[in-house]
Write a protein that binds this ligand. Structure first.
Ligand code: BTN
Length: 327
């Protein structure tokens, strides 16, 4: 299986680095050390992934069109990450990528394994809520991470992920996203993405963290059920533009890897500053609802440990570790 994946990966690499020109079957077979009929079989599999390949006798092969269909091949080609997404588990349909990732992590899946689905039939959100995940309309993925950090520090990974999402959406699309604490991504005040972080940890040791990312990409407003219509949106519904999904996933993985490595090497402060530049309602009066109480305060930013910082009417700064904000 691994051999098959890497042969196909090299085949795509060879076909695309000779872009525009043809590469002969003989040359491919020499380079990949497999027979010409094996090359042909791989070509057929690539076509199933949605690649359009032209084969001309005595000239050779070339890729005419790469698909925007999610598969380990399409994601890994041109991904250029060192550890994130080197192993990808792809499902056309599954209840929740979080469950698949939990199972894989229990079975020792390596750090950086990515689980991704075209559709989730029982997607999960924070606080026991459901997460709608329509087929091929968004990014539904879970990252398996094995950070050597304490469980308390691991909660910062959620804020890190939110800044990565905001950065990538800003760069790739015409939208200007904001982050609603702790980790909702909003465009035009409506939610387009959410993050669900789950972990397996002992007292002071994190075994693994699963970061679940859901991004509404190409739904139209008709795709959202009535109760969601007011608050939910997609990148397309807010920008009017269809967004190719594979390049978006690749940018997310690349940017996540870079930001995560910087977090492990130099700490949280760069992420904190960036998070604050995207913070929704920063400097404004908000309502904070925790398990114990509800109060109004001004949103001041986030602390080094990832807590929300609010300024109370008594002029004190308070750290909020969990809850919801509204206005
Ligand atoms: C939220 O905003 O409440 C978090 C939503 C997280 C959704 C993602 S989609 C991929 C992963 N699988 C799930 O079942 N949930 C997360």
């Amino acid at each position: 299986m691994v051999k098959m994946q890497s042969t196909r990966y090299h085949l795509i690499e060879l076909l695309t680095t000779t872009e525009g020109t043809y590469i002969s079957g003989q040359l491919l077979s020499d380079r990949l050390h497999i027979s010409r009929s094996a090359i042909w079989k791989h070509m057929k599999e690539l076509e199933k992934d949605g690649y359009v390949i032209e084969g001309i006798p005595r000239k050779g092969y070339r890729i005419v069109q790469s698909p925007d269909k999610v598969s380990p091949n399409t994601i890994q080609w041109g991904l250029e990450t060192e550890w994130l997404g080197q192993k990808i588990i792809h499902k056309t349909s599954t209840e929740s990528t979080q469950e698949i990732a939990q199972q894989a992590a229990r079975n020792n899946a390596e750090h950086g394994t990515v689980v991704i689905a075209d559709e989730q039939t029982n997607g999960r959100g924070r606080m026991g809520r459901a997460w709608k995940s329509a087929k091929n309309k968004g990014v539904w993925m879970s990252l398996i991470l094995r950070p050597a950090i304490t469980p308390a520090a691991a909660t910062r990974l959620t804020l890190l992920t939110a800044t990565v999402l905001a950065d990538v959406i800003t760069k790739q699309t015409a939208a200007a996203p904001a982050i609603k604490w702790p980790n909702d991504l909003l465009i035009n005040h409506k939610k387009i993405a959410g993050i669900l972080t789950e972990m397996q940890a002992e007292q002071d040791r994190t075994q693994y963290v699963i970061v679940g990312i859901g991004v509404n990409v190409n739904q139209t407003l008709y795709d959202f059920a009535a109760p969601l219509k007011q608050q939910a949106a997609s990148i397309k519904s807010e920008t009017g533009e269809d967004q190719p999904i594979v390049p978006l996933i690749q940018s997310l993985l690349r940017s996540f890897e870079k930001t995560y490595d910087a977090f492990i090497d130099i700490g949280f402060s760069g992420i904190k500053t960036k998070w604050e530049t995207y913070a929704y309602r920063i400097g404004e009066r908000i309502r904070v609802q925790t398990n114990q109480t509800v109060f109004e305060a001004v949103l001041a930013g986030i602390a080094d440990d990832g807590a929300l910082l609010v300024q109370t009417d008594a002029g004190e700064t308070q750290n909020v570790y969990s809850g919801e904000i509204s206005w």
